[in-house]
Design a protein around this ligand. Structure first.
Ligand code: NAD
Ligand code: ATP
Length: 546
């Protein structure tokens, strides 16, 4: 601080014509006087200006002896140096004090915010009967660490969430509300951890600030495992249509699930008809009359099995407008990014899954909402659609460029002029978005991919946005043509000028069972499915660096 006042007083002995004593005072930025003082005679201090004037007068008017003159000059130089040093030290001290006060203020603020959050947020890992207001949101957004679990030391403890939590949330959000059926559902818990790494316990749940250090948030995308707490009793099987191999397998699997595992089995109406045409002994198999009824099934179903390719997984997920039971996807298609299980080994695989624990990939979905300009004042709006891969806004049959205004949390992002735009989940990053030049992203990375389709621009690179944002894509009023939206490649809807699509991460992810674990399965699928970075290895036979 530069406002320190320094006064130097000289006490001159006129008789001896020499300096006898001095005193230095300075006032710090907090108004404390006499913080440091030097000198042998502390009384009779005067201002610096007066003292300097006195020195000057002495030097000029009194014609002192040469020796005394030199002595005074030397002394005044010394004083200047001391004054400069003191000023520097006072400045440094004041700065440090001000900085410390600011750090302290921020730390207190952060601590009080954290404590507030702790009070507000319910604890994860507590079963539904202990805490009733938890949801999948906590799983995805606010994992919490337990000090002790099952008597194990803290460093081995895992975070967990019970299936009740998922249900409770689903029930409160579901338009159908099936509370009376909750008890029929097998309960399970999800745990996530970092293979017992000792230092894991030190991670903080949110970004925190301590002693000038910023520590990062806990990682949300850990390996997640599912452990049944009560045995699963009901499964639902979705099958790819018009496939003989799928039909043969479904007959065999339904019988095995009933006879060897004693499970209740649901299938689609089409499949029930197929089963009954094989044998009337399949009349135990349950189904539903129309698609609306399936939305009432999720409280009863413990496990979903799919027989087909990725499209069948997408189809199965689309049947659940709220929470989705864990899915075990068997590969009976050509690519199989999301279908790691081999159908030939279905017995071993289902034995392992029904017994648990199993690794799962928690795949985020996007919830998409169309807002019509014509209906902007209406109370009723169109129903949300949930997608596991992506929502696409394109030019459809129009031969004009699409013109789409894009906003992210109300900030203008850009205007897409080209064939269209893909808003993809990270699971969908290996599907259409990949074909349009988007990056491949591990499915458990939270985020929304913003990938243009054939943009008529040289510099439109794809983006990946964080998972908390809301994206709005609007057809401007001056657009030459309307645009078309499709959800996981299905259910096309027209967007007229002024209409908008609003899209954000849904609170109901889809958990798919892993064959090994999430990262292993993802890497296997990009290697086997896409032959990613496949190249003949260069031979060692040739020129080398010396
Ligand atoms: N140009 C393209 O690549 C293109 C065009 C349209 C649709 N699609 C994709 O097809 C999906 C619909 O799948 P479908 O089976 O109902 O249609 P489909 O029968 O036309 O199959 C599309 C292909 O995409 C693959 N696929 C689907 N989801 C995938 C994923 N997450 N990762 C890697 N590959 C995936 C499928 O295995 C299949 O081979 C859409 O969600 C979209 O992503 C891609
Ligand atoms: N149960 C179902 N009912 C109606 N349509 C379905 C069902 N299961 C899958 N489909 C549709 O059938 C199409 C093909 O399915 P899927 O992708 O599973 O098989 P595939 O094309 O042989 O596999 P892959 O995608 O690996 O090549 C998809 O468009 C999907 O939406």
């Amino acid at each position: 601080r530069l406002d320190n006042e320094i006064s130097i007083s000289f006490f001159l002995d006129h008789r001896k014509n020499s300096m006898s004593s001095y005193k230095l005072n300075y006032t710090d930025s907090f108004g404390n006087g006499d913080v440091n003082s030097l000198g042998s005679n502390p009384e009779n201090g005067s201002s610096l200006a007066q003292s300097e004037k006195a020195v000057e007068e002495l030097l000029i008017q009194q014609t002192p002896m040469l020796a005394t003159d030199d002595h005074l000059i030397e002394f005044s130089e010394a004083l200047r140096t001391v004054a400069k040093a003191l000023r520097g030290s006072a400045e440094g001290k004041a700065l440090a004090q001000a900085e410390a006060a600011e750090w302290k203020r921020r730390y207190e603020l952060e601590r009080s915010k954290n404590q507030e959050l702790l009070h507000k947020a319910p604890l994860n890992g507590v079963c539904a009967d202990e805490s009733s207001n938890k949801g999948m949101d906590h799983l995805a957004k606010s994992p919490r660490r337990h000090g002790q679990e099952n008597g194990k030391p803290e460093r081995y403890s895992l975070e967990r969430i019970c299936s009740h939590d998922v249900l409770q949330d689903g029930e409160s959000n579901s338009p159908n509300g099936c509370n009376n059926k909750l008890k029929r559902k097998a309960s399970f818990k999800l745990s996530w951890g970092c293979k017992g790494q000792a230092n894991d316990q030190h991670k903080k749940e949110i970004v925190s600030f301590e002693s000038g250090n910023i520590t990062t948030a806990d990682r949300s995308s850990k390996q997640i495992s599912l452990t049944w707490e009560t045995n699963p009793q009901t499964v639902i099987i979705f099958t790819k249509p018009n496939s003989t191999s799928v039909r043969v397998l479904s007959v065999e699997m339904v019988r095995w699930l009933r006879e060897h595992k004693g499970l209740n089995v649901y299938v689609e109406p089409r499949v029930k008809a197929e089963l009954l045409s094989e044998s009337c002994s399949f009349d135990f198999v349950q189904t539903w009359e129309d698609d609306k009824e399936i939305s009432l099934l999720h409280p009863k179903v413990d496990l979903v099995i799919t027989l087909g390719g990725d499209g069948t997984v997408l189809w199965a997920a689309s049947m659940f407008k709220g929470p989705v039971p864990p899915i075990v996807p068997f590969s009976m298609g050509s690519l199989g990014f999301m279908t790691p299980f081999h159908s030939e080994q279905y017995r071993d695989c289902l034995e392992a899954v029904l017994k648990g624990p199993i690794s799962i990939t928690l795949r985020h979905r996007l919830q998409c909402h169309i807002i019509r300009d014509k209906a902007r004042h209406d109370y009723e709006t169109e129903e949300n659609t949930l997608v596991l891969n992506e929502v696409t806004i394109d030019r459809g049959i129009s031969s004009y460029l699409t013109n789409l205004e894009c906003y992210c949390d109300n900030s203008f992002v850009t205007c897409v002029q080209g064939d269209g735009l893909i808003l993809s989940t990270t699971s969908g990053s290996t599907a259409y978005s990949l074909a349009a030049g988007g990056s491949m992203v591990h499915p458990q990375v939270p985020g929304i991919l913003f990938t243009p389709i054939c943009p008529h621009s040289l510099s439109f690179r794809p983006l990946i946005l964080p998972d908390h944002v809301t994206v709005r894509v609007q057809v401007p009023f001056n657009s030459r043509s309307s645009a078309w939206v499709s959800f996981d490649g299905k259910g096309r809807k027209q967007l007229e000028a002024g209409d908008a699509l609003v899209c954000s991460i849904a609170p109901w992810p889809v958990s798919t069972a892993c064959q090994v674990e999430s990262t292993h399965d993802f890497l296997r699928s990009i290697h086997d499915g896409l032959h990613w970075n496949l190249r003949k290895t260069q031979s060692s036979d040739g020129p080398r660096d010396t």
